[in-house]
Design a protein around this ligand. Sequence first.
Ligand SMILES: [Zn+2]
Length: 441
Amino acid sequence: MSGCDSNMKAQGFSISDCNLHMPKFSTNATPPNFASFLPFHFPSKLSLTCGFSNPLLWAHRPRGWRSSNGGGPGPSLMVKCVSNGDNDDGFYIRRCVELARKAVGFTSPNPMVGCVIVKDGNVVGQGFHPKPGQPHAEVFALRDAGDLAENATAYVSLEPCNHFGRTPPCTEALIKAKVKKVVAGMVDPNPIVASKGLDRLRDAGIEVVVGIEEDLCKILNEAYIHRMLTGRPFLTLRYSLSVNGNLLDLIGDIVTSSGGYYSCLLQEYDAVVLSSSLFSNNLSVLASQEPGANQPFRIIIHKDLSSSNKIPLVINDATGKEIIFTDNRTKAAPEVAQQGIETVALDQISLDAILDYCNSQGLCSVLLDMRGCFNEFEDLVTEGIKKRYINKFVTEVLPIWNGCAETDPLKPLKSLEQVKVVNLQSKASDQSIVVEGYFKF
Ligand SMILES: [Zn+2]
């Protein structure tokens, strides 16, 4: 089994090994304005009954949650696949997105992709890309359809690839299967190869339609798209506040159980940046409770700030998915090295170093989880704002009134003027309110 096939986040695979859907970055390429992907207007046909965060994350949310968009406990999946009878293209692309989401947390550095083959109004094949090293969605769907793929319509959430990776291009598989029509949710976000797969299909005489449920498809792969366009992982800042607006080192109970926003974030994000102080209390080191979740890579930051914040001697559940970033003033404990946990010593811990590391590991999304020792985050948040690295925030407001924390890493954020926030969403329970949005610098 290749390094990409199993536990790919842990094994330090190279991007080129797993680069099935994702052409290599060109450092000379000028990325198109990412703002063109914002704001993420939810598609009109999309059910908003449990819309929050990545819309599908709230598939199994706990009872008692209400979203800002008016819904009660929602359907089993955020994407409601309801046919309107007139034009079913949207219906089948939404089904593709639903299928693609089955691999949430597993596909980086590749995108999540789903495919449905439809003939005479019947679904005759479907598939999704499970993880790097495995066939693409189109291949699974064509296999599922067999001979019925001939003269059928193939729906796919992302433009089919047109280059040789570990498998032949999906365009060739579609041509070979003699499909009549291909409907794609969106073009490949890489400006260098965008539309080449669709051109290849057209050249082969296949009817091509593109841009169906495009916003939904972009939301599905917002982290992948961001990394493709910038060469950097998508970065989200998470923190908790009291009702009087002060930072809290707390997290609601309900949100860490299956279906809660925090459990879903850990399932969705490829890496989570944590304070080393959390490891002095193992109860604070949380894992996603979603069934079958691929736990995120843990990036532990440690600064020699006080005697109460020693580098963790033991990380009990070392899975090979931890790395410690420390500054040169701090000596890594030998016990940590004995556990096989990599430690990177830097003159100064920086987001640049963390994001570069994540990028080299093929990770598309990083969660900066502000818990534990706030001092350890102060410089990172400042850097994230200054360099415009922070794409998104998730804020949990808890029913607590408290005094101001000694150190407030949000201070540089609070002093900023004219930072636009778009696509604000909220969810409420009797225990907390969770607000999220995108920064538009
Ligand atoms: Zn492909």
